[in-house]
Write a protein of this length. Structure first.
Length: 195
């Protein structure tokens, strides 16, 4: 994804597949595991579809990939250190606006989504961005929400975070039941909350 956002890779499915094959050639598999390499065309198509999602397309000109993030974020019992890289971030002039976290999970369960949502909230806190989205690329599933750290009193925010994750999990289950081979993207506004 980052090579497309930086302009290193032309945004064309055939180019994506070629680059995926190149990267897959560097993988070393243990024959005893019986694992096979992922399908280059499937990966390329997934990446291309993800970049076409209306939520992503609207941010494309401002998305910066692999943004380093360091900070102390609130954590129940006190601050915790955060160091990592955000998959992509959109800036409005000099202010972080939206944090994007690409997820390649094919079928994330509620525990996975809780972990992912917590990670995204940490990124939102550290950057000061008001909006974020987990982008489950395989299904084109883009839950997002607004974040208001100035109004966060810890317990209140944790309860709202739990509510959002439960809503996310419920929607994910419904989305999987309704997909049946269809590429569907829910409206991000249905995932927002107000403090």
């Amino acid at each position: 994804m980052e090579e497309v956002l930086t302009g290193e890779l032309v945004e064309e499915v055939g180019q994506f597949a070629s680059r995926v094959r190149e990267l897959l050639s560097e993988f070393v598999l243990d024959p005893a595991d019986g694992d096979a390499l992922p399908d280059a065309e499937e990966i390329a198509a997934t990446a291309w579809r993800t970049l076409q999602l209306s939520e992503i397309a609207a941010l494309r000109t401002r998305l910066v990939p692999e943004w380093p993030v360091y900070g102390l974020v609130a954590n129940g019992g006190g601050p915790k250190a955060l160091a990592g890289r955000i998959d992509a971030i959109a800036y409005e002039i000099d202010r972080a606006e939206v944090v994007i976290d690409w997820k390649s999970d094919v079928d994330p369960n509620e525990t996975d989504m809780r972990f992912h949502a917590g990670q995204l909230e940490d990124y939102l806190r550290a950057t000061g961005a008001a909006r974020g989205a987990l982008v489950y690329m395989t299904r084109g599933f883009v839950p997002g929400w607004e974040f208001h750290p100035a109004h966060d009193d810890g317990k209140k925010h944790a309860a709202k975070g739990e509510m959002r994750v439960a809503q996310l999990a419920q929607l994910r289950r419904a989305e999987l039941l309704s997909l049946q081979g269809t590429f569907k993207v829910p409206d991000m506004k249905s995932f927002t909350h107000d403090e």
